[in-house]
Design a protein around this ligand. Structure first.
Ligand SMILES: Cc1ncc(COP(=O)(O)O)c(C=O)c1O
Length: 291
């Protein structure tokens, strides 16, 4: 596969209040966000010119900032218009949107009280997150567990929390899997490395309680859609010993959308009626075609 590095592209990136040519949207190597993980971000998708749940994402960005004590110089309205203008300037109708905020370069120690909060919004065209999305992905168990909420700010979409996701995903990929299923610190089933997880048992949909991981916007959307369609949705503690009791499995996220899962570490699922229904119902909603 040929990669075009993200810093070797053309276009426009909104940065700290103005649009910069893509290649000039740079930060210095002595940046707090790079050294100490003091960065928060969002991941959004636009379909046919409309960002799905744009405001919810921007509000989550600001909630993440608040949780980490960051005081951005920009408002929700500023970021909303930056996202729309970034799409227009780059000429994208179907794309991924990445707002990010981080602590700048004024201070280079654990404390960064005087550092400015920097902000950027980039957009790019991004197809399926998983190459084999529709046939169902293969997952294995993750190397790391989601931390106790007392040890990390798990409600923030904070860059630092992704260290264990990237490492777990790399380990899974090294074994030929597409992703990894993370347990939480108690040993309960939690989520994938960048998506929430759902299981089907006797026609009902079961999903873990998001008490130590991101309660995804896609997760909440899929739960609402499923209930509207008459499915029973049960949010409960799910133990790894139960994985063999389910008939279908899928994961949800802005990037992953609704992706069927056909295996978790040797336990096989047959993506079937419920997976198909939720893939298509979510797709119709984000494209504005849901009844
Ligand atoms: C770790 C993690 N969990 C869950 C999600 C799903 O969140 P959302 O549906 O809001 O994209 C994401 C994606 O942002 C994620 O990175």
């Amino acid at each position: 596969m040929t990669f075009i590095p993200y810093d070797d592209r053309d276009g426009w990136i909104w940065m700290d209040g103005e649009f910069k040519p893509w290649r000039e949207a740079k930060v210095h190597v002595l940046t707090h966000g790079l050294h100490y993980g003091s960065s928060i971000f969002e991941g959004e998708r636009a379909y046919d010119g409309q960002i799905f749940e744009s405001l919810l994402h921007t509000e989550r960005l600001f909630r993440s900032a608040e949780i980490l004590g960051m005081k951005p110089a920009f408002t929700v309205a500023d970021i909303e218009s930056a996202k729309a203008e970034a799409m227009a300037r780059n000429g994208f109708e179907n794309c991924y949107i990445r707002p990010v905020m981080w602590r700048g370069s004024e201070m280079m120690g654990v404390s960064a009280q005087q550092s400015t909060i920097r902000a950027a919004v980039a957009v790019w065209e991004w197809g399926n997150y998983f190459a084999d999305k529709m046939s169902g992905i293969r997952m294995t168990h993750a190397k790391w567990r989601r931390p106790d909420p007392k040890t990390a700010p798990c409600e923030a979409k904070a860059a630092g929390l992704y260290m264990i996701c990237t490492d777990s995903k790399h380990a899974a990929e090294a074994e030929g899997y597409a992703d990894a299923l993370m347990l939480d610190w108690r040993g309960h089933v939690a989520e994938a490395t960048g998506a929430n997880v759902f299981f089907i048992q006797d026609g009902a949909i079961h999903t873990p309680v998001p008490d130590c991981f991101l309660n995804g916007i896609t997760r909440q959307t899929v739960i609402r859609l499923a209930r509207d369609k008459g499915y029973e949705v049960v949010e409960r503690t799910i133990m790894p010993e139960e994985l063999g009791n389910f008939s279908e499995c899928f994961i949800t996220g802005t990037a992953a959308e609704v992706t069927p899962v056909k295996e978790i570490a040797g336990i096989h699922y047959q993506p079937g009626r419920v997976c198909e229904d939720m893939v298509h119902t979510y797709d119709a909603l984000v494209r504005g075609k849901h009844a």
